[in-house]
Design a protein around this ligand. Structure first.
Ligand code: GLU
Length: 906
């Protein structure tokens, strides 16, 4: 039921009209220093009295009592005095000490007590209405914002135990996180520097500051003095009154200072009210030093409290006959409308200076909305809101915040750390002494210049003192090099050939990569080999030579065996009388013609020449029909002789006659033809191309040997790559590098290149491909061996949580899209400082002829072996055929003989 409905219904049902006394006194307890509270109280009363819509028939009368914050006895006395005068409510005081006494008296007398102060107690008395936001809800707001920012670790600076109560939700919510948070107390004195220095040394840049509003300026000022108000520091201030602190000195520092506020000083309502107060006081001849930005939350809450009371009383008045009576602290008096009024106050919902005022069912102000304010160069600006149901809601867009960052950057001079490494940053050669940025030139210098032109910032270069890129020392557990410089915020940017690695990315922020590369090997160029006495062996690989020798022996032996086996290789030993031939024969039988043709095709000489003359007809031999022995020309030695003759393309005086042996010979000739042609062709290539001696062709080759030493830059990402690799080859290489004495690590790329040059082949340097590219453009003795072992990029690094990361990344992308990065690369790699000296040499392709391996000529061996198999089969067939023929002939002879004998006998 709506709050306003209830009294109305009650009134209708009770059927009675009610009336409040004409003057209703309300008591206010204020400390002498709280003049603003008192003013708010008085003017709230005045405003209600002049507003005829609330309490139209009554007037409020402010009864003000001044009490000392520490003097609770006096406070009790003043409360009793007020009660005796017949007040309807007590407002204040602000001090917790005095308030507790006032509270207990009000409780006893059932007198409504309205407070506007921070009260950490989660259980409150029944007669109390406190307009200050409930501590648990406020604490939730801090948790939400810290979560929204994604702070992993932070330091809490608190002033007193109440602060810890305020932050208890934050402490609890972080409890299980792996990242530690530090909690430090501010101490009593006014010098906070020692404490701040400790925090600075811990490299913590996220700070939650919980202290009274009056101390905020001093803490921030001292933080600024010791360098804790940089672009990378973020402060969350728990006070709701940051708008009342003078933050002018911190506006341009770029530090992120954020707070919540309940009160928007820019609201016209507040401005009007404050103006009324100032004019009203001036009319009374008093000067009130107050502006909308200096109104504290508690002051505005006091104003709202009076309004809340008036509204509740007004509502109650419509339902009850209210009389206000004097109460005595000495008697057991109570005000019987007290509780009703309190209950009405708790159900009222109204809009005040501090937003919507309403209470939850427990009577706490939990449902409220806070503005999130951030310090910008125009002062504190509202960037979002928080409420308990929706949490943090940023109203500022990402684009707007980036725009602001770019604006801040325009007035800045950034310190840029770098390292001497060609061609990224080199000392300029000049006759006069150069100073400042003019001392350096190179790719990185030009790149930062281009970026600064886009974002319009200034910069100064600072060489990294230890001359290192940045690695984590596992003994000291500290980072070194440029990464250390960034972590200590001695530099704002690090630009060099600084590789983006996982470990570094955990510590510092990187922009988009501006160059891509990978690890490779720098080594001396292969040197020309002196002509080799046995270079004729080179066209074929060793295994091919071995296979050929084996084939030669195999074929010879097979020829020998088949020649024994086939009957057609057996000749009659002696030719008969050539002068008396029985018949003439022609060697060019069909088979012989084919044999002759194939022999010629295979570039082998045949044992006969074609002659179509009658002279071709030769003496037939052997002429003895039945010799006692037959002879075979294919002895083992002759077989070897035949095959070697064929291989050398010379032919021999013996020739196979049987189909099987001719098959062997034919296949061998085919083999010979292909092998000799391949050999000849490759020999020509070998003799024309200079042989280069290159003992290593890749990083794997390096890993396989120990003769050539190899190393990398000490503390660089290349060394870290091998150290952290899980790949066995690279692990082996790392152990080799680590154990090598003298050390194979160098302190710079220049030293590494020097070692490769001086090492004359005994040292290889593992280096990044872009740097290798630069070196081999200028030093023609050196080359890159093999491909890249990995793929990564160089980025511009900056301290963690740097606000400039997005802007600088954007500038890098812009330069890339415009092709400027490519122009810079060409300038510094190919043109300046002797670039392009080795271009002619590098363009000569090292098209060295390769020896022929088994993979190239293996097929010929297969054909040879197939042919040998076929020849064996043919030999068997021949043997069978001849045996059958001989048997038939023998039988015919025998039957003829028997016939003759039979004829002779008859
Ligand atoms: N670019 C490397 C780094 O950022 C340095 C050179 C190297 O290790 O080869 O650490």
């Amino acid at each position: 039921m709506a709050a306003w409905l209830r009294p109305l219904i009650l009134m209708i049902f009770s059927g009675q009209l009610t009336a409040l006394p004409e003057t209703i006194k309300i008591g206010g307890l204020f400390h002498p220093a709280d003049d603003k509270q008192e003013v708010a109280f008085r003017y709230a009363v005045e405003r209600i009295n002049s507003d005829r819509t609330i309490l139209p028939r009554s007037k409020l009368l402010a009864q003000i009592e001044k009490i000392s914050p520490q003097d609770s006895f006096h406070a009790s006395k003043r409360v009793c005095h007020l009660l005796r005068s017949g007040v309807a409510a007590i407002f204040g005081p602000q001090s917790a000490h005095a308030a507790s006494h006032v509270q207990s008296i009000c409780d006893t007398m059932e007198m409504p007590h309205l407070e506007t102060r921070w009260d950490y107690r989660l259980m409150r008395e029944s007669c109390l209405v406190n307009l200050y936001p409930h501590p648990t809800t406020l604490s939730k707001a801090y948790v939400d914002i810290v979560k929204a920012w994604g702070w992993k670790s932070f330091t809490i600076i608190y002033e007193n135990n109440e602060g810890l109560v305020r932050l208890q939700e934050l402490l609890k919510s972080h409890g299980l996180s792996e990242f530690p948070i530090a909690v430090r107390q501010l101490g009593d004195g006014t010098d906070y520097r020692p404490l701040l220095k400790q925090i600075k040394n811990s490299a913590e840049s996220h700070i939650v500051l919980d202290c009274t509003t009056e101390r905020i300026y001093d803490v921030l000022k001292q933080a600024q003095q010791i360098g804790m108000m940089s672009d990378y520091h973020s402060y969350l201030i728990t006070s709701l009154d940051l708008h009342s602190v003078d933050l002018d000195e911190f506006k341009y520092g770029g530090t992120n200072i954020t707070a919540f506020r309940l009160l928007d000083p820019e609201k016209p309502e507040i401005q009007r009210v404050v103006k009324d107060w100032v004019y009203g006081e001036a009319r009374l001849g008093r000067k009130l030093q107050l502006g909308p930005t200096s109104v504290k939350t508690e002051t505005a809450l006091m104003y709202d409290a009076v309004h809340l009371f008036a509204k509740a009383l007004h509502d109650l008045d419509t339902s009850q006959q209210i009389d206000v009576k004097p109460l005595s602290c000495d008697a057991e008096d109570t005000w019987n409308h007290g509780y009703s009024l309190i209950n009405y106050m708790k159900v009222v919902e109204m809009k005040g200076l501090t937003g919507v005022i309403k209470f939850d069912h427990e009577g706490f102000r939990s449902d409220f909305s806070l503005d999130i304010v951030e310090l910008s160069k125009d002062g504190l600006r509202k960037v979002g809101t928080w409420n308990s149901s929706e949490g943090v809601n940023y109203t500022r867009t990402y684009g707007e915040s980036q725009k602001e960052i770019v604006e801040i950057l325009q007035n800045k001079t950034l310190v840029v750390t770098t390292i001497l490494s060609s061609p990224y940053c080199m000392r300029k050669e000049a006759s006069e002494k150069l100073t400042g940025n003019a001392q350096f030139e190179g790719y990185a210098i030009d790149l930062i210049h281009e970026i600064s032109k886009i974002l319009m910032f200034n910069y100064t270069f600072r060489l990294v003192p230890d001359g290192r890129y940045g690695s984590f020392n596992r003994e000291t557990r500290e980072w070194d090099g440029m990464v250390r410089e960034l972590l200590d915020q001695r530099a704002d940017l690090a630009i060099a050939d600084l590789t983006i690695t996982f470990d570094r990315e955990q510590m510092v922020d990187f922009t988009m990569p501006f160059m891509n590369l990978g690890i490779s090997v720098l080594y001396r160029k292969p040197i020309k080999q002196p002509p080799n006495l046995f270079s004729f062996l080179s066209p074929l690989s060793l295994d091919v030579w071995i296979y050929m020798a084996t084939a030669y022996l195999g074929v010879s032996v097979l020829l020998f065996i088949l020649a024994r086996f086939t009957p057609y290789e057996w000749h009659k030993p002696n030719p008969c009388n050539p002068n008396n031939p029985d018949k003439l024969e022609n060697i060019f039988s069909m088979v012989n013609c084919l044999w002759f043709a194939i022999g010629s095709l295979m570039q082998q000489s045949c044992d006969f020449l074609p002659n179509f003359s009658p002279y071709e007809w030769d003496n037939p031999h052997p002429c003895l029909d039945e010799p006692q022995v037959l002879e075979n020309q294919f002895s083992l030695l002759n077989s070897l002789w035949f095959t070697i003759g064929s291989l050398m393309q010379q032919g021999s005086d013996i020739a196979p006659k049987a189909v099987s042996t001719r098959m062997v010979a034919g296949m061998w000739w085919f083999f010979t033809l292909i092998m000799i042609s391949s050999y000849t062709a490759n020999l020509a290539a070998f003799l024309t191309v200079e042989r280069m001696d290159s003992p290593i062709e890749s990083a794997e080759d390096l890993a396989k040997q120990t003769k050539i030493k190899y190393g990398a830059l000490r503390g660089g990402s290349t060394a870290a790559f091998f150290r952290d690799s899980n790949f066995s080859t690279y692990q082996r290489m790392w152990s080799f590098m680590e154990s090598a004495r003298p050390s194979v690590f160098t302190s710079s790329n220049v030293e590494g290149v020097d070692r490769v040059v001086k090492g004359k082949g005994s040292y290889a340097f593992l280096m990044e491909s872009t740097s290798i590219e630069y070196v081999i453009e200028r030093n023609c003795e050196l080359t890159q061996v093999g491909g890249m072992l990995d793929s990564k990029g160089y980025g511009i690094a900056m301290p963690p949580n740097s606000p400039y990361r997005t802007a600088i990344s954007g500038a890098v992308l812009k330069l890339q899209e415009e092709g400027k990065l490519h122009i810079l690369k060409t300038r510094w790699w190919k043109e300046k400082r002797g670039g392009g000296s080795c271009r002619d040499e590098t363009s000569k392709s090292s098209s060295a002829a390769n020896e022929l391996g088994l993979a190239n000529v293996g097929g010929v061996f297969v054909v040879l072996m197939g042919g040998m198999g076929v020849a064996c089969v043919i030999a068997v067939c021949e043997f069978v055929w001849k045996s059958r023929k001989v048997a038939v002939e023998e039988r015919a002879k025998r039957s003829k003989k028997e016939k003759n004998e039979f004829n002779n006998a008859i």
